[in-house]
Write a protein that binds this ligand. Sequence first.
Ligand SMILES: C[S@@+](CC[C@H](N)C(=O)[O-])C[C@H]1O[C@@H](n2cnc3c(N)ncnc32)[C@H](O)[C@@H]1O
Length: 280
Amino acid sequence: MLTPEELRTRADALGWFHPVDLGQGVVANGLSKGPFLGEAEMPDLAGKSVLDIGAWDGYYSFQAERLGASRIVALDHYVWGVDMAARQVYWNECAEKGVLPDHNRDMTDFWRPELPGRRAFEFAKEALDSKVEPMLADFSTVDPASVGHFDVVLYLGVLYHMKEPLQCLERLRAVTDEVAVIETQAVHIDGLEDQSLMQFFAGGQFIGDYGNWFVPTMDGLRQLALAGGFSRVVPVVEPPANAGTPKPSALRRALGRVPATGPTSHPALTYYRAVVHAFV
Ligand SMILES: C[S@@+](CC[C@H](N)C(=O)[O-])C[C@H]1O[C@@H](n2cnc3c(N)ncnc32)[C@H](O)[C@@H]1O
C-alpha cells in the first residue's frame, strides 16, 4: 500500500479533470473547479446498478461506489483515447486560419489505442481498491444492448458534446431501468422561460470548445428527454437568479486560443448547468 506521500507524488504525475478523492486525505488536483453534483442532486444510489457515461477519471463512478451502489460501470471513449495535446495543436492551427476543425481526425490522427487518458482512472481504481468496471465505448454509436441495463444512469456533462442529442437520449433511455441523471450546459432566455429551444454553436463559440454543439433551455431539455422515451422529467438544478454569461475559466485557458465570437454575451441569455432526473 502506498503512503500518502507516495500517493500524492504519483497522482501529481497524472492528468486529472476532477478532484478525485484517492483516500488517505489525498485529493487529485483536477482541472475542473466544479460545481460538482453531490448526494443532494443524485437519486438514492444505495444497492443500485449505476452506469456513468462520460466517466473520464471516474469522479462520479467512485462517488457512486461511496454512496453504496452495488455495481458501477464507468463508460468513456473520447478523452480516454484522444491525444488532447496533439488535438490542441491542431485546434490552435485552425483558430489561426479561422477554419473549423475536422473532428474525424480525433479517431484517426489523434486516437491512441493505448488509452493514455484512462491512466488517472486506473490509478484511482487501484488506489481505492475499487470494483468500478471500465467500459470503452462510444455511447453515440455503441449497440445499447451490449452496454446492458442499469437502475441509474449518469449522463453528466455529455449532452452538449453530442451532434445528435435526441438520438443520444433515446440511447440513454434504452439503458435506463429507473432514472437517468442528466447534467448539461443550458441557457435561460429572459422572457422565453417556458419555450422549448436549442441554441446551436457551429464550433468554438461556446466556452471555447469546438466540440460543444447544442445548448437547450430547461424546457428544451425536458422535451428532449420526453421525446427520447422518458415518461417524467424533474428539474433538480434550475437557472440561478444571478447567473451570467460563461466566464473565461481555467478550462478555457487550458483549451487555448479558439474563436469565442458567438452570441454568448447577449444580455437576455444566462448560461448555467442544468440538472434533471428523467424517469422511465
Ligand atoms: C465535459 S466531460 C464530463 C465529465 C464528467 N461526466 C462530468 O460531468 O464532470 C465529457 C465526457 O464525456 C465523454 N464523452 C464525450 N463523447 C462521448 C461518447 N460519444 N461516448 C462516451 N463518452 C463520451 C468525454 O470523453 C468526457 O469524459
